[in-house]
Ligand binder design. Structure first.
Ligand code: ZN
Length: 475
């Protein structure tokens, strides 16, 4: 009997795995069916974008009033048949704690609960569908506590497609070399290891079953990654900006020999010096970046390679100051309110994210009518506070980035200055480096700042393989 039951269990598991494979393949095919529409929207005029957003906003209001008790109470004073986008400011904002504490009243899938979701996540290995065709994943704990996100089938594909449509123009020249786009595009992604994190889950679902993405772990050292990349010869390379320095050094040393058409650096802020370095290293490639969030993607790369655009057909991003008032283009915000117009499973409306946005107000050279983001300047939570003085650590980073032999670094706030931990290959000019960092703090008015510098062998990455570049002291 014992043998038989073990055998049956294995049979069942194999069947479940096969079902997930099929579900993923169907999801990938569904994404393919959406792409012509999503790409077509890139040429929309401002009027078309606005009309679509108004309809989508009204649909969202109607949906939450019928299916999400928590949102329904908060949106009770808006009439879904007449509301306009300007009315969004009449809705209260929410944050990650609100989402997690009211999850069961926010979610709109019948029978879904946070308790069951958390239990499922603990047991999930390589399986992310739950309650039918919905997809569950966790976000990192960078905002204090981890978030738990649920997407419906269509919204997940829209979100992924909405970001990926920004690569179409850059990949198009491959067709001239006889490479079918996207079917034959070789993609290497250096990111999260297998996990319940969105970046892994979504990337895995939308990997072409006939031409899977080569998934490399950001936890591995460059010595391990380089032979793999040389073997793959990716047309499309994704990596975190914190890996650019090490990969560029390997390319310069003649160890890394790849000729990607697109180098897409995302998931962390991309310093301009790293972007320039990537351009010099792979002159034949488009170096693209964009910003995304577990709450609903959000942007697509500008094909001109400088900045990115808000996917205004899918989301609403409102840059706000610390009091929640709107911040004009050209000014730095304290954060944003994020609204997901497409995900009906777990509606996200005016959700606060503390990324510092700077919008562009002029039309973009690429011709797009979608709102351009000039830069996301890190997170408010990363700012170093010394009494009354607040220092953006990106100013300290400038001194680090001009040292070409530094491969990875972390700048930690100390009570009277900053500590730099770095990994390097070759000599660095420590005197110049600390003098420039000290100068940067002096320019903010900090008296007699103390800078310490330490070379180390390994910098810890987060659970998904990201590197925390700035570590403020706890308040
Ligand atoms: Zn553009």
């Amino acid at each position: 009997m014992r043998f038989r039951s073990t055998f049956e269990q294995r049979e069942n598991r194999t069947l479940a795995e096969a079902n997930v494979e099929q579900q993923r393949a169907a999801h990938y095919a569904f994404l393919g069916s959406l792409m012509p529409e999503l790409i077509g929207r890139l040429s929309w005029s401002r009027a078309q974008i606005e009309a679509h957003r108004t309809t989508a906003f009204r649909d969202l209001l109607r949906h939450v009033r019928a299916h999400s008790p928590w949102h329904a109470r908060r949106a009770a004073h808006l009439d879904p048949s007449t509301a306009t986008l300007a009315d969004i400011v009449r809705l209260p904002s929410m944050n990650k704690s609100d989402l997690m504490e009211n999850w069961d009243e926010i979610v709109t899938i019948p029978g879904a609960s946070r308790r069951e979701a958390e239990e499922a996540l603990r047991k999930m290995t390589d399986q992310f569908y739950i309650w039918g065709d919905n997809v569950l994943f966790a976000s990192g704990g960078t905002g204090g506590r981890p978030g738990l996100f649920l997407y419906d089938w269509s919204a997940l594909a829209m979100t992924w497609g909405g970001m990926n449509r920004g690569f179409v123009k850059s990949l198009a020249p491959l067709a001239g070399r006889g490479i079918e786009v996207p079917q034959q595009v070789r993609t290497a992604s250096i990111g999260a290891e297998m996990s319940a994190h969105g970046s892994y889950v979504v990337g895995r679902i939308f990997s072409n079953p006939l031409n899977p993405t080569h998934r490399l772990s950001a936890w591995r050292s460059a010595d391990e990654l380089i032979p793999q990349l040389n073997a793959i010869q990716p047309h499309f390379l994704f990596c975190y900006p914190s890996l650019i320095l090490a990969l560029a050094a390997a390319a310069k040393a003649g160890e890394l020999k790849i000729e990607p058409r697109v180098v897409y650096v995302g998931a962390e802020r991309l310093p301009d010096a790293s972007r320039q370095l990537a351009r010099r290293t792979w002159p034949q490639a488009d170096i693209l970046t964009c910003w995304g969030t577990s709450e609903g993607g959000g942007t697509f790369p500008c094909p001109c390679g400088d900045g990115f655009h808000v996917s205004e057909d899918l989301v609403i991003i409102e840059p706000v100051d610390s009091a929640g008032a709107a911040v004009a283009p050209g000014q730095r915000s304290s954060g944003i309110y994020f609204t997901n117009l497409v995900n009906k499973a777990l509606p996200i409306i005016r959700y606060f994210i503390d990324d510092i946005f700077e919008m562009d107000d002029g039309p973009c050279v690429c011709g797009s009518s979608y709102q351009k983001v000039r830069q996301v300047h890190g997170r408010t939570v990363e700012i170093f506070h010394y009494g009354e003085i607040s220092v953006r650590p990106t100013i300290l980073e400038l001194a680090v980035l001009e040292q070409l032999h530094i491969l990875e670094y972390q700048i930690r706030q100390t009570p009277r200055g900053a500590h730099l931990a770095y990994r390097s290959q070759g000599e660095i000019d420590a005197a110049r480096l600390s003098a420039k960092m000290r100068q940067a703090l002096l320019s903010y008015g900090l008296q007699e700042p103390e800078i310490t510098i330490e070379k180390i062998a390994l910098l810890e990455r987060t659970a998904v393989g990201k590197l925390k570049h700035f570590v403020p002291l706890p308040p």
